[in-house]
Design a protein around this ligand. Structure first.
Ligand SMILES: Nc1nc2c(c(=O)[nH]1)N[C@H]1C(S)=C(S)[C@@H](COP(=O)(O)OP(=O)(O)OC[C@H]3O[C@@H](n4cnc5c(=O)[nH]c(N)nc54)[C@H](O)[C@@H]3O)O[C@H]1N2
Ligand SMILES: Nc1nc2c(c(=O)[nH]1)N[C@H]1C(S)=C(S)[C@@H](COP(=O)(O)OP(=O)(O)OC[C@H]3O[C@@H](n4cnc5c(=O)[nH]c(N)nc54)[C@H](O)[C@@H]3O)O[C@H]1N2
Ligand SMILES: [Mo]
Length: 764
């Protein structure tokens, strides 16, 4: 049997697909990748899984308005019937209720290939058809996206324009990592990567003698080889720790007065706040010890060490996915300002060095592969994480980033490339909200929980079944993706589905711009090439790129240092803030008058935390972090993710003391619960977790209970998380703010059903 080989790409890395007899049998890592992800091993089984959606299907009871339970039956229909139903529903809703009755943002990661990026295609399709309610910001760093522009005039440092690792390795002596530097997260780059380099850079930094401090509730958030000092901290209290460090710097006269005077505005009111001159509460180390659980001596010692050397402060994105998540990021910038290292090689602040592959990787500033997006003529949007609020409360007024908006009245939801029944918080509430629209349309490759909550389900191909171009601005490779197998079942490319719908609706050529798949691949590559040419970098033509399967950008000539220009000459290179300086106090934010987002970094207790009154009844803080064995909910039914389940459920890590008190042992099935919901999970007793905290990865496929009072069966922690905005400034997700209780589950365990496809009746 001959084995055919095709270059391919996933968000978790580039690979060669080995195909035998029309089946993907193996995914061989890209030869240039120093640390490929074992998630690649999940692909062959998943591509050919019985969970693939084979044909278009319609939910039984849709026309009658029957409730969406996630356990409904479906009936297969022909593509003709499905496309006609979608086109006529879109036309009906647009005509009857207007464009703003359609929710089309369709948040989610979709595929690494950029031509077939489903979310981009859906937005393009809906915008050209009159527009829709779009979703702005994201779940990843939504709070940062709105607070950082107020403080430093841009949120670029969160997406990866930070001081390069090469500069850090040469010049930094100490790295304070809030949220740690979890190498599990380095498996992933949005858009995919040819090289996983997070571990390489961490090792180089270690070899260069840099010391690491990992401030996080979970010891394993930094790899053993770093030998990091672990400072366990109560979740959501980093702002208090940072404030106390600043208090120490201030009262011990260890801060950079010149930097603060020359490059910042608003220090004086902030100084008064630190000292407690107006509220009689000094934000000193003793004060912070009571909040954070970190000893006062440790806090003072951290401040002194950081001030005595070239230090880099980096925060994981997780810190800002919490109630008042704007505050720790703002505080970390002010802390870095007081330390005086901003704009110096290896110093200052950064975000996400441990959150995703490619942050801080030296790379020439060339555009990544992308397709163009037209404007949304409906000019309607919501902050992405406010979806349930919107569906439950149409017409309600809400505050966001200094303005007031009204929630639209949604009749039709269209999703392609995302999984809200994975990503959203308080899923029982989302399930209630999800009953509001008359019609839900979903394109998916698999029977995910979101597909099971749809009325019209259209089967989408996977990247293996089509040609594409992928890559990201955080990686030095642009990658060709060759179609390796025929579409599974009757699956179609999202591009072809939208093209057919656009034809129905009379705007096919506007949608395609008269390009087919390969013409778009070439167009996307040519954009990257043109951008490279403008930077003096010569890349080969498309034919050569396609035949070789990748191109590599040349190394950078010099290290990038964030705000180097600003530091050298703040008059000629001001920040894009109103003052042109770092805004310790933002007058703009002051003008919004938000109790939950004051004008300078402030400790405001989150709605739920270990120091709150609710912790008497709900004594455990639930941290829901990114999974080591999959990307979000993708490939959860595959072998890599399944292998790490405990008793068939998602593992929950619990400290030995907390476990012993509850009679919980490793391997037990446990129930986590709070007033929002309950789920089962498999216990892993783990001293790496600090007491009072349990850690569960997101992404176990949602397996809702049959009856009220029963737990979700599989371990989707989003039945427990809190669905409120970070603050009216950013309205980001507060996913990491949640208190729970946990107990051993001694009853017979209900079966997990979600890895079996729903009942789908054949057409006819
Ligand atoms: N509690 C808690 N919740 C969280 C987080 C947390 O930290 N804690 N993190 C949040 C974050 S940061 C994020 S980014 C979100 C992630 O949330 P999502 O991005 O929604 O999660 P994915 O599982 O990646 O969903 C992508 C879906 O797109 C589908 N897909 C892939 N390729 C294609 C394609 O070509 N066509 C079509 N039609 N579909 C395709 C996949 O099968 C998959 O079901 O989750 C958020 N949720
Ligand atoms: N393998 C894998 N990698 C991924 C992803 C994936 O699904 N799988 N998803 C990608 C995506 S979409 C994103 S947005 C990034 C997210 O990147 P991050 O947000 O950095 O990732 P998390 O794993 O959620 O959080 C990192 C660690 O922060 C710690 N932490 C949680 N709350 C707090 C707190 O309040 N204070 C402190 N100090 N620490 C806290 C937790 O112990 C957690 O392990 O990851 C990306 N990388
Ligand atoms: Mo994310």
């Amino acid at each position: 049997m001959t084995v055919a080989r095709f270059p391919q790409l996933a968000h978790w890395g580039a690979f060669t697909a080995l195909v035998e007899d029309g089946r993907v049998v193996r995914c061989e890592p890209f030869a240039r990748d120093p640390a490929p992800s074992n998630m690649l091993d999940a692909i062959p089984e998943m591509v050919h899984s019985p969970l693939r959606i084979a044909r278009p299907a319609i939910r039984e009871g849709w026309r009658e308005g029957k409730e969406r339970t996630g356990a409904d039956r479906f009936r297969e229909v022909s593509w003709e019937e499905a496309l006609a139903a979608v086109a006529s529903e879109l036309a009906r809703v647009r005509e009857t209720f207007g464009h703003a009755a359609i929710l089309g943002g369709s948040y989610g990661w979709s595929s690494a290939g950029r031509v077939h990026h489903a979310r981009s295609l859906l937005r393009r399709f809906l915008f050209l058809g009159g527009g829709c309610v779009d979703q702005v910001a994201n779940y990843s760093f939504g709070a940062a996206q709105y607070v950082l522009p107020r403080v430093i005039g841009t949120f670029q440092p969160v997406v990866g324009q930070v001081t390069d690792w090469s500069s850090i390795v040469k010049h930094a002596r100490l790295i304070l990592a809030f949220g740690g530097l979890a190498t599990k997260n380095g498996q992933v780059t949005s858009g995919g990567a040819g090289a996983h380099t997070m571990e390489t850079w961490l090792r180089r930094a270690k070899e260069a003698g840099i010391e690491f401090v990992s401030i996080t509730p979970l010891r394993s958030d930094s790899p053993d080889f770093l030998g990091a000092q672990w400072v366990p901290i109560r979740p959501n209290t980093d702002t208090a720790l940072m404030l106390a460090m600043m208090h120490t710097l201030l009262t011990e006269a260890r801060y950079d007065t010149e930097f603060v005077a020359r490059y910042c505005v608003g220090f004086e009111p902030f100084r008064r706040y630190l000292l407690g001159l107006d509220d009689a509460i000094a934000k000193d180390a003793q004060w912070a010890e009571a909040i954070t659980g970190v000893g006062a001596d440790t806090i003072r010692e951290l401040a002194r060490r950081a001030a005595a050397t070239r230090s880099m402060i980096t925060c994981a994105w997780s810190l800002q996915r919490a109630h008042h998540g704007e505050q720790p990021y703002w505080a970390s910038i002010v802390l870095a300002a007081m330390l005086g290292g901003i704009g110096l090689p290896g110093g200052g602040f950064g975000f996400g060095h441990g959150s995703t592959n490619g942050i801080g990787v030296p790379r020439v500033d060339v555009a990544g592969p992308e397709v163009p997006l037209p404007l949304n003529p409906a000019r309607a949007m919501i902050p992405v994480a406010r979806i349930a609020d919107m569906l439950l409360d149409p017409g309600a007024s809400y505050a966001f980033n200094g303005r007031r908006y009204t929630f639209p009245d949604i009749r039709l939801v269209y999703w392609a490339g995302g999984n809200p029944f994975h990503h959203h918080q308080d899923l029982n509430r989302l399930q209630r909200a999800w009953q509001k629209p008359q019609t839900v349309i979903v394109h998916e490759s698999w029977w995910t929980p979101t597909a099971r909550h749809a009325d019209i389900v259209l089967p989408a191909t996977t990247t293996l079944e089509r040609n594409d171009v992928g890559g990201s601005t955080r990686d030095t490779f642009v990658l060709a993706m060759h179609r390796a197998i025929d579409p599974i079942g009757d699956a179609k490319n999202d591009f072809d589905i939208f093209r057919a719908l656009a034809r129905h609706l009379g705007y096919e050529s506007a949608f395609t711009e008269d390009r087919d798949e390969m013409a778009w691949c070439q167009w996307v590559y040519d954009q990257v090439r043109a951008s490279a040419t403008a930077k003096g970098v010569a890349l080969p033509g498309f034919q050569q790129f396609w035949a070789e399967g990748f191109v590599e950008l040349p190394p950078c000539e010099r290290d990038y240092v964030l705000f180097e220009d600003f530091r050298r000459d703040p008059e000629r290179h001001p920040l894009k803030t109103p003052s042109g300086r770092i805004e310790i106090v933002s007058e703009a934010v002051a003008g919004f008058d938000y109790a939950d987002c004051p004008p300078h970094p402030t400790w405001i207790p989150p709605a739920e935390w270990l120091g709150s009154a609710a912790a008497q009844r709900w004594p455990i803080h639930l941290v829901t972090h990114q999974p080591a064995s999959r990307l979000h909910a993708q490939m959860d039914p595959g072998p890599v993710s399944r292998r790490q389940k405990v008793a068939g459920r998602e593992p929950v890590r619990i400290n030995p003391q907390d476990a012993a008190r509850r009679g919980i042992r490793s391997g037990d099935i446990v129930r986590l619960f709070n007033p929002r919901g309950a789920c089962l999970a498999g216990a892993v007793v783990d001293a790496d977790v600090m007491p009072g905290v349990v850690v569960m990865a997101t992404g176990a496929w949602f397996d809702p209970a049959d009856a009220a009072g029963e737990p979700e069966r599989h371990g989707n922690p989003n039945v427990l998380t809190l669905d409120i905005g970070t603050s009216p400034l950013a309205q980001g997700t507060s996913a990491l703010t949640a208190l729970v209780e946990i107990e051993r589950w001694d009853q017979p365990a209900p079966a997990v059903r979600v890895f079996t496809p729903p009942v789908v009746a054949a057409a006819g």
